[in-house]
Write a protein that binds this ligand. Structure first.
Ligand SMILES: [Zn+2]
Length: 256
């Protein structure tokens, strides 16, 4: 028996290193003495190169931190996640941005990710070597279902999307990377992935039909391709998707 206990939670793909009962949930960790947190994650089977941030009781610590009884330890990979972003807000400074590049089969998924505000680079003519180069150079997470590509990925960060339908795929990616709190509708162009900016009616009037102008007052224009977005039928579809994703992430009765 260990006479001391801390609680540990691992985030996003770090859970792949853990047995199922320890994934995505805080679990008790018994220890003796005051091991360094580096030794703790090694004992859990997580390579230190996969870790970007460790919080103990809400404070960022280095690998040399020595564990104390009652510590609450959160271990993060390089991806920004729900809990990291809330910490970042407390600090008043953003951490990293989470960005994706998608293989040629994921055009619909790319549009849905953009609709939710996520940076999702996609083109229907990217070759495998392009995808790997972009993922490496721009530190994007490669989304693919191509096993050969995943095997070649090497040091590139990649995730194998398992779902078949686009709506299920976006739910899978949102759940996988804890993205629900980071959904920002009307922030990114579904067509070209550039960011949108709130625009005055007069600025976009020449690009809209009279009926649209008459019925709407809030417009967002794409800085990349010039498309204009407003809260039409597309917006209702998006609201439905966001509600579904939020419900899936926080099922009733699931608690904290
Ligand atoms: Zn655009």
């Amino acid at each position: 028996m260990h006479d001391r206990e801390a609680r540990i939670r691992c985030y996003a793909e770090l859970n792949d290193y853990l047995p199922p009962h320890r994934r995505a949930t805080p679990f008790p960790y018994g220890f003796e003495g005051s091991p360094r947190v580096e030794e703790v994650v090694e004992a859990l089977g997580i390579p230190d190169t996969a870790i970007d941030l460790i919080l103990v009781n809400g404070q960022s610590v280095c690998f040399g931190y020595r564990l104390r009884p009652g510590d609450r330890v959160s271990v993060y990979p390089v991806f920004e996640s729900f809990d990291v972003s809330s910490v970042a807000r407390l600090r008043g400074e953003p951490l990293r941005r989470l960005r994706f590049v998608l293989d040629v089969h994921f055009g619909r998924l790319a549009r849905l990710l953009r609709m939710l505000g996520f940076d999702a680079l996609w083109r229907n003519d990217y070759a495998d070597r392009d995808l790997l180069a972009i993922a490496g150079r721009e530190q994007r997470i490669l989304l693919t279902r191509d096993r050969a590509l995943l095997n070649e990925a090497g040091l590139v960060r990649a995730y194998c999307v398992r779902s078949r339908k686009a709506v299920e795929q976006v739910a899978e990616v949102v759940a996988r990377f804890d993205l629900v709190s980071r959904i920002r509708p009307f922030s990114r162009c579904m067509v070209c992935n550039a960011e949108l900016a709130r625009s005055a009616k007069a600025e976009v009037a020449d690009r809209l039909r009279p009926g649209t102008l008459r019925d709407h007052d809030e417009f967002h224009a794409c800085a990349g391709c010039g498309r204009v977005y407003w809260k039409g039928s597309h917006y209702r579809a998006m609201r439905t998707l966001v509600e579904t994703l939020t419900r899936t992430a926080n099922p009733p009765g699931a608690g904290g």
